[in-house]
Design a protein around this ligand. Sequence first.
Ligand SMILES: *Cc1c(COP(=O)(O)O)cnc(C)c1O
Length: 370
Amino acid sequence: MIEFLNLRDITESFGGEIEKAVERVVKSGWYLLGDENKAFEQEFAQYIGTEHCIGVGNGLEALTLIFRAYIELGKLHPGDEVIVPANTYIASILAVTECGLTPVLVEPDPETLEIDPTKIEQAVGPRTRAVMTVHLYGRCAHTDSISELCKRYGLLLIEDNAQAHGCRFGDRRTGSLGDAAGHSFYPGKNLGALGDAGAVTTSDPDLARMVRTLANYGSERKYVFERRGLNSRLDEIQAAVLRVKLPRLDADNARRAAIAALYRSGIDNPLVRMPSETEPGANVYHVFPVLSPRRDELQKHLADRGIQTLIHYPIAPHSQECYRGRGLLKMPDLLPVTERIHREELSLPMSPVLTDEEAARVAAAINEFE
Ligand SMILES: *Cc1c(COP(=O)(O)O)cnc(C)c1O
């Protein structure tokens, strides 16, 4: 059996260091907003290349706090529009609607599966105030043209970096390319905690301060509440775990890229298409997606051979019950590229503990599909 992702093996591959870090926190008697948070925030900001990092409860709250903070700072107002890729994970869009903002869905490029930069401009209207790029599947969605467009129209650029820790755009990393970025450390992400965790990175001191205030009940001074905030904190235990895993992230991502290269060279089947290649480093392969017009049969074919796969994602956000027909989203009449991806996408096993032999077996099984 080749599992899609074996988290137990990943934790074990740190050879007891994670258990030691957890024990250190347990014995310290300090469990929230302490030294582990401070140290992780510094280390992660330095890694990503921003002035500030704020540890928060999870990835959805990281994104939500960014929008809330911009509203509190008067840079966004309820009803403003935020351009988002139509094929993202629902959390990107939930963060926007949670703050009373309107997501404007833009189609992805069928070759990259990332937001199509040439379709963003036609989605800009009089109420557009921000663009959110999502580095989906671990692949850099950023382009110089997106930055230029944001400058030209005075739009905020926010990154959803939940799937792309360590991904590069030239000599910079995703999460440092716009005004602010939300990160998730959900256990299955490239940098994953042992539970929920997230962070905001930014080089804007006012935004950083507002996010920190809102994440702490809207309070900067104990028992004084300037804002109606929420409680979104990164546990000390999770911060300590992340500090063990961060130094190995680049090596883990290199291992993912090696597996992706094996898939690329090994898979040869006219019924299975792979997205285009990127520059080295511009994809950290959170997921290795393939596309097939007979996706469900392919998934069963692989399952019959002991290969576990997942679908990211079976239902597009605009077709989900929570949004359908509710007038909360703005979009073109048709989203054919998005709908096709949701019909055809299949994610192959991918993790730093997958072996070359396992990757070769997956490729061979795909080539047998007819
Ligand atoms: C995982 C994920 C999130 C949400 O992160 P959580 O920590 O699960 O809240 C947001 N956006 C994308 C693209 C994700 O993959």
